[in-house]
Ligand binder design. Structure first.
Ligand code: SAH
Ligand code: SF4
Length: 347
């Protein structure tokens, strides 16, 4: 059986050539074709002989993403529903901004964690995505936007966030492998400072993550009290706030230069009072942290209401003035096409 070449790490590709008695630099040449030039077929690699291309062809194939549906929001955000080789579907979002372009990638089909405010959480978990399926999302959008071979300051895709469907730390190996390819400076060359993984708080994997990569970490915190977090982010029953904060302490010791983003969804009457803000500041104060307030994005059938803009302002002001912490409000993007955070769900 042929393998999907996008599941292969650089080291594995190098071994492939060495096993063939070929020079290891062939791996560099092929890697450059795949991840700098963005070829989508193996013909036309003009610095590699036909004979070697045939051997690559015997072992590997290049996958192509199929689109089931694509939507364009009035704010320029684009969302694609991709059909995978086994017919399962995932979503990917591209969010253009003045000085950057962000891709929000999915890491699983569905999610097993059922956070009560999240649309993806209402889907049954189906399976993990392979490395090629994670990378394929980025490569497809690079194709559409003609974003290959661009100088750094001309790149249309500058940031990657693992904030689409799924819990990335529950698909740990494939996610780390894809991060390594994304941030390989001889390949796709994303800056480690511009790749962010968001987790709902899979504590043991946060401890692994700090060893294995130094891309950014965001934590879906959402509540400062266990009673509330148990309901919003049910994984909290397994790893409550104190455990999560302990893991983040270990993370900070290892990654001293990194700022952890604490994501905090604003739900009217649930977690948006000054009492909540006070507790949040108390818990997060010891960390090099940034709080990202996320107004709840509604979806059909959701039971929550977003906090009012005034309440979000009051909450943010408390964090800034009393807590002396950095806080930003995430503007919803693409919400008219259900492309905003937590609105992703395939049918
Ligand atoms: N599973 C990971 C990453 C995907 S969710 C995680 O939970 O962190 C990405 C972000 O979107 C998380 O912070 C999540 O809490 C947030 N989110 C989910 N549903 C939302 C909704 N309806 N409105 C706003 N943000 C939401
Ligand atoms: Fe899964 Fe994240 Fe949604 Fe929770 S918020 S259900 S962990 S995708």
């Amino acid at each position: 059986m042929k393998e999907n070449i996008y599941n292969t790490s650089f080291a594995e590709l190098k071994s492939f050539f060495i096993d063939l008695d070929e020079k290891a630099f062939r791996a560099e040449q092929l890697w450059n074709w795949l991840y700098v030039k963005g070829i989508d077929e193996l013909s036309g690699l003009n610095n590699i002989s036909k004979n070697i291309i045939n051997k690559i062809n015997e072992q590997y194939y290049l996958s192509q993403f199929k689109v089931s549906r694509s939507l364009l929001s009035k704010d320029g955000t684009r969302k694609w529903l991709f059909k995978l080789e086994d017919g399962k579907e995932i979503e990917t979002v591209y969010i253009p901004d003045k000085n950057r372009g962000t891709i929000c990638v999915s890491s699983q089909v569905g999610c097993s964690l059922s956070c009560s405010f999240c649309h993806t959480g209402t889907m049954k978990f189906s399976r993990n995505l392979s490395t090629s399926e994670i990378l394929g999302q980025v490569m497809y959008v690079k194709n559409i936007l003609k974003d290959w071979n661009n100088k750094t300051d001309k790149k249309k895709i500058t940031n990657i966030v693992f904030m689409g469907m799924g819990e990335p730390l529950l698909n740990y190996d494939n996610v780390i492998k894809s991060i390594n390819v994304l941030t390989d400076q001889k390949g796709l060359a994303f800056s480690k400072r511009k790749v962010t993984l968001s987790t709902s708080g899979v504590v043991p994997k946060i401890l692994d993550f700090k060893e294995d990569t130094d891309v950014n970490l965001a934590v879906s915190f959402h509540a400062a009290f266990d009673e509330i977090r148990d309901i919003l982010v049910p994984i909290n029953k397994k790893w409550p706030i104190a455990n999560l904060l302990d893991a983040l302490k270990e993370y900070s010791k290892k990654r001293t230069h990194k700022r952890i983003t604490f994501e905090y969804i604003m739900l009217e009457g649930i977690n948006d009072s000054i009492k909540d803000a006070k507790e949040l500041v108390k818990l997060i104060k010891p960390y090099r942290a940034k709080i990202n307030l996320i107004p709840f994005n509604p979806w059909p059938g959701s039971n929550y209401k977003a906090s009012s803009p005034d309440q979000i302002k009051v909450f943010k002001k408390f964090i800034l003035d009393e807590g002396k912490l950095v806080a930003t409000v995430r503007l919803p993007r693409g919400d008219d096409v259900l492309a905003a955070c937590g609105q992703l769900k395939s049918f």
